[in-house]
Design a protein around this ligand. Structure first.
Ligand code: ADP
Length: 482
């Protein structure tokens, strides 16, 4: 078994703000089946400490960026974890990254340098009996583990950095650098210096042995200026170690045949029961109880990345066409207000719940006829994978992992009987509108519609394939390092 230390800032079901948490929670079991055992290192937020069982102290830091810290070994949600118990950094209620005012915690630089430093120390063998072959760091919050390991004088494990979203980089004033305890050479073009600032993600990208991102198309896109978020240069420079591995979904949690969060459990052989979920969703969202209305669902962070501003202007037209919309999301206050207003204006046709609600997210996937993800960019996207699994026909922009996971219902795909949804491009209101017109035409053709639903539900969106690709990557890295 390959021994992996996964360093990450969230893990479902203990703490989750998005897809990163889903991946961190689901990948260990899939990797175990494919030949790698994972220990997950997490910051000791209150929710993590509360979920921790069988804890023993593995290592003490007298001072981890401003206070003492203990690395606790134990389990959480059935997974092996190392928890960085550093109250001065993590003992705060609420969101892992944001204060109650919705702004980043002012000391996030130190908080996630702390996670990285603790991860690097454990990986470098500071605590006897904890040995790892690979450190797998996720996103900017964990990238510093790779930076610290790069400057570790002795033996070190191989390092893999997975980019879940290049838009978030961990960018801080140069004044942070002297506090990080790194050699001067780290603050350079080939290190974590970025236009005179400290960029955690760039540090990880500079020093990782392997870089992955969460879909093959996004791996290509981020090497270009348009989607490189200012890091396309370093990504092109490291193209030989960059690859894309699509995310999977946890099909024990997202399984329509066994899902305890939906009223009508169903499968490809029992599709009629799906109507129970549609009726329940219509009721929950205040939509007219009409089984024949085309009901489109969305579950999303409400940001410009997710393209929701394009949808706002179309809502009145959609309602006039008899289409229903069920949206669950939270984020940008302006977008939240616009959707709430549209829901009031289009009573019975547009339903909108602002907030975070795991149960409602399952009901939307299970009860909507179609599922919309009009992102401007999308590293992988999980919600369209859940939609495929739950028989909600995905309508997606042709970017990143959305492009890689949905087969567009064009003439050829329909003729061959392989379509699973609709793709549109560019990400503009006009293209979205014409995609929705195509969707309506397909909705009227029940045979074609059911074929798409069945194809989607049969698609393999599990972690099995992706996990074996990660293990192959670990093996090739270990072979190269000898
Ligand atoms: P991202 O990580 O960019 O937000 P993904 O599609 O990769 O997007 O993952 C989003 C995850 O978060 C999915 O599991 C989705 O169901 C969940 N999610 C997003 N918003 C909400 C919400 N308001 N309530 C419940 N779950 C949500």
């Amino acid at each position: 078994m390959i021994r992996v230390l996964s360093v990450v800032s969230e893990m479902f079901p203990v703490v989750k703000t998005g897809g990163l948490g889903d991946v961190a929670g689901a990948l260990p079991a899939a990797l175990a089946a494919a030949g790698a055992e994972t220990t997950t290192m997490l910051p000791g937020y209150p929710a993590v400490i509360a979920a921790l069982t069988d804890a023993t102290a593995a290592h003490e830091f007298a001072d981890l960026f401003g206070g003492p810290a203990t690395v606790l070994r134990g389990s959480a949600a059935g997974l092996d974890v190392l928890v960085v118990d550093a109250p001065h950094l993590y003992a705060r209620a609420g969101n892992p990254y944001l204060g109650a005012d919705g702004r980043e915690w002012a000391d996030n630089g130190l908080r996630f340098a702390g996670l990285g430093a603790a991860g690097a120390a454990m990986a470098a063998g500071v605590a006897p009996g904890h040995d790892f072959d690979i450190v797998h760091a996720h996103d900017w919050q964990a990238a510093m583990a790779i930076v610290y390991l790069n400057f570790h004088p002795g033996e070190r494990p191989g390092t893999v950095l997975t980019v879940h979203n290049l838009a978030f980089q961990g960018l801080y004033p140069a004044a942070l650098f002297p506090r990080l305890g790194l050699p001067e050479s780290a603050f350079s073009l080939n290190g974590l210096e970025y236009h005179g600032k400290v960029n955690f993600l760039k540090g990880g990208l500079s020093y990782a042995d392997r870089i992955t991102t969460v879909s093959p198309t996004y791996a290509q896109e981020i090497m270009g200026v348009e989607n490189g978020m200012g890091l396309d240069g370093i990504l092109r420079h490291r193209a030989d170690v960059l690859s894309g591995i699509m995310n999977g979904i946890d099909d024990t949690i997202w399984n329509p045949a066994t899902d305890p969060l939906i009223p009508g459990r169903f499968g490809r052989g029992k599709m009629a029961r799906r109507a129970l979920n549609k009726a329940a969703l219509q009721q929950r969202m205040g939509l007219d109880q009409n089984p024949d209305a085309l009901l489109i669902g969305l579950v999303t962070r409400m940001t410009t990345q997710k393209g929701l501003d394009m949808l706002v202007d179309l809502l009145d037209d959609l309602a006039a066409d008899g289409i229903q919309l069920a949206l669950l999301g939270a984020g940008d206050p302006d977008l939240e207000h616009a959707f709430v207003a549209a829901a009031e204006w289009n009573l019975g046709s547009v339903g909108c719940v602002i907030g975070y609600d795991e149960t409602l997210a399952h009901l939307i996937e299970a009860g909507s006829d179609a599922f919309l993800a009009p992102s401007r960019f999308e590293p992988c996207g999980l919600t369209q994978l859940y939609a495929l699994r739950y028989g909600a026909v995905p309508v997606v922009s042709r970017v990143g992992g959305l492009a890689d996971s949905v087969i567009d219902a064009n003439q050829a795909a329909l003729a061959a009987g392989v379509a699973t949804g609709i793709q549109f491009w560019p990400a503009t209101p006009e293209a979205l509108q014409s995609a929705l017109h195509r969707l309506m035409a397909l909705w009227r053709d029940k045979q074609a519609w059911e074929r798409m639903q069945r194809n989607g539900m049969a698609a393999d969106v599990s972690w099995r394939g992706p996990a074996s690709r990660y293990v192959a990557l670990y093996k090739s890295l270990l072979a190269e390092r000898g």
